[in-house]
Design a protein around this ligand. Structure first.
Ligand code: ARG
Length: 580
């Protein structure tokens, strides 16, 4: 595999320069496959970094240095060719070995581990990772930001798990606050138990919208809402039991919709959970001299470096009630006690960046060094996420629309196969389209939601990934009888084969990068590129009509490509289909 070759090159450099192998690994990368062209070199060594960290003298002409070093490195049976460009040494691996090493894992059942047991990844820290994502607010709209948080968080959790971490998937519901006062008061007037049971999300939302409108000009309702919320805060049983019903019913509904998305949670926590822990936290903040009372009577923490009140965080209202951040402080402390995590990741839109900075700062100020292991992954806004019936209010609406539109496209296409359950396939493929559109760029960027573009079968879409996977499955199925447990690696020398192999060579580097910056774009673009290469391979490397040994070698290549594609898709949160 890739690390075998990296080791070989590093060993050669180590003996030549009398250094340990390790120092060369960071300067050594697989060459990305860019255009569909003949590409010779597989790896490159950059001299720049070696000069910066003192492995090579930083004085002197880099061009001469490159030539000199390269001339000392003699080709051998593994590294067939060594060439240079200013500041870069290129290595070309023996073609037979390239195919043999890379396709080795795909003869046995261990095929989906490809890339993950790389030496490169073994340097990553492993432990318990808590990922908090989705976190919608009960009775309110499930907006595009919640959808993004759901799929991004799911990707991060999948990735972390694949890398060998113990992952805790947490949903932190907006299930406390004044909105429940309104909801309680509203349910009294406009609520209906039957409707709640029938279509809970819809009904709660309706009641909430109605009561908000009413409260604008109706003092009685406002008072009733305050009363209801204070009953909740005092844990009065009647109010609490209604609240509990709202919450339970909502979670049950959500679970079903998450299931369609392939998303699950180990824990449904929420803002309500930490209400009781708040007093203790406030006491500690006071004891440490961090929490002060402002002139307006609010509870504040001064986070400005000079203590000049230029960065103040309010954590108590003047009436003594808590805020969003207050509950987050208590929640974080509680999670540490409960799960002893090694890292915690929060996934929300970028408008909450300041909130999380303040949260982490407050935790650090209380001497909790683990605050360094908390991380916020921010993402940009989605513009124009609409369905045929208008603005999106519920997650279900988006998923239904994705399915309907995809089903329609499938019916139109002459390529569509006879399917047992077309709705199910349309759903999986439609959701893939949604996810890939979202993951294509850097998470921080905003983007425009576009049904037509995301559902195109050609072009860089989730549909294209699914289509390629299905086509590979059918190729492998048709040729089920061909033995691929052994193959002749000398028969994979065509340009198209080599490009696929070279592309696979980069997989572990990309996983490493993703593990650090948690951006799905690397994996998405890697898989899209892989699918383009596979398309060429379908044209240029026919299996049908080829001699047995050639067919065997090609099928081994296709089966390797399929395994990498399938695993990568699953990490992104896609459910690979076998037929479409
Ligand atoms: N419920 C919040 C919202 O809809 C997101 C919660 C994010 N997580 C947190 N620990 N504050 O904006």
């Amino acid at each position: 595999m890739a690390c075998f070759f990296r080791r070989q090159i590093a060993a050669k450099l180590a003996t030549t320069l009398q250094q340990s192998e390790e120092v060369f690994l960071p300067a050594l990368t697989a060459v990305p496959v860019l255009k569909k062209q003949q590409q010779n070199a597989d790896f490159r060594l950059l001299l720049g970094p070696l000069r910066t960290n003192g492995i090579l003298p930083s004085s002197g002409d880099i061009e001469l240095q490159t030539e000199h070093l390269a001339s000392q490195l003699k080709p051998d049976s593994v590294l067939e060719d060594i060439s240079t460009r200013r500041g870069v040494i290129n290595f070309t691996v023996n073609r037979r070995l390239l195919a043999e090493k890379l396709l080795e894992p795909f003869g046995s059942g261990a095929d989906e581990q490809f890339g993950f047991n790389s030496e490169l990844l073994s340097s990553l820290k492993r432990g318990t990772t808590l990922v908090e994502y989705s976190s919608p607010n009960i009775a309110k709209k499930f907006h595009a930001g919640h959808l993004r948080s759901t799929i991004i968080g799911n990707f991060i959790a999948n990735l972390k798990q694949s890398l060998g971490n113990n992952v805790i998937r947490m949903n932190y519901l907006g299930d406390w606050g004044m909105q429940f006062g309104l909801l309680g008061a509203g349910f009294d007037r406009f609520g209906c138990m039957e409707k709640l049971k029938e279509n809970p999300l819809q009904h709660l939302f309706e009641v909430y919208v109605k009561v908000n409108k009413e409260a604008e000009h109706n003092e009685d309702i406002k008072q009733a809402a305050r009363d209801f919320f204070s009953q909740l805060e005092r844990h009065e049983s009647q109010a609490l039991s209604l609240w509990q019903q709202f919450r339970e019913i909502t979670v049950k509904e959500y679970q079903q919709v998450y299931e369609r998305l392939g998303v699950r949670f180990d824990v449904y926590s929420g803002e309500s959970f930490h209400q009781d822990q708040v007093p203790e936290v406030l006491q500690e903040l006071r004891d440490r001299g961090l929490l002060k009372t402002s002139e307006k009577g609010t509870g504040i923490i001064d986070l400005s470096p000079g203590g000049d009140m230029t960065n103040v965080c309010t954590i108590l209202r003047s009436d003594g009630t808590t805020l969003y951040i207050t509950r987050d402080i208590a929640a974080a402390i509680n999670r540490m006690e409960k799960y002893g995590f090694d890292e915690m990741i929060y996934v929300t839109d970028k408008s909450q960046e300041n909130h999380f900075n303040q949260l982490f700062q407050i935790l650090r100020a209380t001497g909790r060094s683990w605050a360094q292991s908390c991380r916020h992954v921010p993402f940009g806004l989605v513009q124009g996420m609409k369905t045929r019936s208008g603005d999106v209010v519920f997650l279900e609406d988006v998923l239904d629309e994705a399915r309907t539109r995809m089903l329609h496209n499938m019916k139109q296409s002459s390529n569509t196969k006879e399917l047992e359950n077309p709705e199910d396939t349309a759903e999986k493929v439609g959701i893939s389209a949604l996810i890939v559109q979202d993951f294509k760029g850097p998470l921080q960027s905003d983007y425009k939601f576009d049904w037509d573009r995301m559902l195109q079968a050609q072009g860089d879409t989730g549909v294209f990934l699914q289509y390629t996977h299905a086509r590979l499955c059918s190729l492998l199925q048709v040729n089920e009888g061909v033995e691929v447990s052994t193959f002749n690696a000398d028969l994979l020398r065509e340009n198209t084969s080599v490009l696929i192999l070279q592309h696979l060579l980069r997989y572990d580097e990309l996983l490493y990068q993703s593990a650090n910056d948690l951006q799905p774009t690397h994996l998405v673009n890697f898989l899209l590129k892989l699918c383009h290469l596979i398309s060429s391979a379908h044209r240029e490397l026919p299996v049908k009509g080829s001699p047995q040994d050639v067919a065997q070698a090609r099928l081994r290549l296709f089966s390797g490509a399929r395994a990498v594609l399938a695993r990568g898709m699953k990490i992104l949160g896609l459910k690979p289909v076998h037929k479409m």
